[in-house]
Ligand binder design. Structure first.
Ligand SMILES: NC(=O)c1ccc[n+]([C@@H]2O[C@H](COP(=O)([O-])OP(=O)(O)OC[C@H]3O[C@@H](n4cnc5c(N)ncnc54)[C@H](O)[C@@H]3O)[C@@H](O)[C@H]2O)c1
Length: 291
């Protein structure tokens, strides 16, 4: 490795990682790279799952407007293509790779096609794709249970495992959890079980990937306005705003901005954490009205 120049701001050595030339084994081992600041010579690549709409779409477009090349995944080609097209029209760099993230062959394809196109590995993974069934324990079918666990938890595992094979040191993962990570909501048995799992999976993978310089964190959104949530109840916005200490519901942009914070090198010592992006919603205790 050539001698490293010093950072003009802090004096630490700056090493330029030529991701194009690094073998996957070198990228993940990184034992021969000394301490210092790492600079990628090309735009880093982010992969966002479930980015055809809602929160994932906003995360993808926000990352693209902050110098990330974005691989847009969704189950559906048409919606994923709309997100990529919007990014590219705005002058960003994006490609669509649709497919089911709960299927291991699809997961392998996403990463290998992205690498073939950009000739460098994905260095930010946003595990956002998620589904739920609104059904009581009595009514929930085994198929519905399986679909939610596969998408929300198995998908998160498969994507993380494959990402970690090639991600260079300095990479990170943000999992999108929910208030259900810690709190039990009615008629969301499958979803709560999966999101509770996402929180523990975040911690366990942070522990294992930390020595390779890969950080793993989770965001638990509160009530966020999306097309999907608007259809949940007649007056979604007001009913959740009343319960939220900041007296409004969240936007997809609120979540995307938190992703930017966690992905930034300034968050370089934060890993294994879940951050509620909820206007204070999940910090409240249940309290009798008589007080
Ligand atoms: N909107 C909220 O209020 C809220 C609150 C808490 C947590 N969340 C979480 O945020 C994430 C996004 O939620 P949203 O409200 O934007 O939902 P959404 O339904 O609008 O978007 C989810 C996207 O994931 C895609 N998807 C589903 N299964 C997939 C699969 N197997 N492979 C690839 N893509 C798949 C869907 O096609 C859809 O485009 C989810 O994980 C959800 O649990 C949302």
């Amino acid at each position: 490795m050539p001698p490293a120049p010093d950072c003009v701001r802090c004096g630490a050595p700056v090493y330029v990682l030529d991701a194009k030339r690094m073998l996957p084994s070198e990228q993940s081992a990184n034992t021969d790279i000394p301490d210092g600041i790492y600079a990628m010579i090309e735009k880093p690549i982010a992969l966002v799952t479930g980015a055809g709409g809602g929160i994932g779409q906003e995360i993808a477009t926000t990352l693209a407007s902050h110098q990330w090349t974005v691989v847009v995944n969704d189950l559906h080609d048409d919606t994923a293509n709309k997100t990529s097209a919007a990014i590219n029209r705005a002058g960003g760099d994006s490609m669509t790779l649709s497919g089911d993230i709960a299927d291991s062959a699809t997961v392998e394809r996403l990463f290998s096609v992205a690498f073939n196109k950009y000739q460098r590995p994905v260095s930010l993974l946003i595990n956002n794709a998620g589904v739920q069934t609104w059904a009581s324990l009595d009514e929930l079918t085994a198929e519905q249970w399986q679909r939610t666990i596969s998408t929300n938890l198995t998908g998160c595992f498969l994507m993380t495992q494959r990402f970690a094979k090639t991600a260079p040191a300095g990479s990170s993962i943000v999992n999108i959890g929910s208030g259900c990570n810690k709190l039990a909501f009615p008629k969301l048995v499958d979803y709560s079980a999966a999101k509770g799992g996402v929180e523990m999976f975040t911690k366990s993978s942070a522990l294992e990937l930390g020595p390779r310089g890969i950080r793993v964190n989770c965001i638990a959104p509160g009530a966020i306005a999306t097309e999907r949530t608007a259809a949940e109840t007649g007056d979604y916005n007001n009913s959740w705003a009343e319960l939220t200490p900041l007296r409004r519901i969240g936007t997809a942009k609120d979540v995307a901005n938190a992703v930017l914070l966690l992905a930034d090198d300034k968050a370089g010592f934060i890993t294994g954490q879940t951050i509620n992006v909820d206007g204070g919603l999940f910090s409240q205790a249940i309290w009798p009205n008589s007080y």
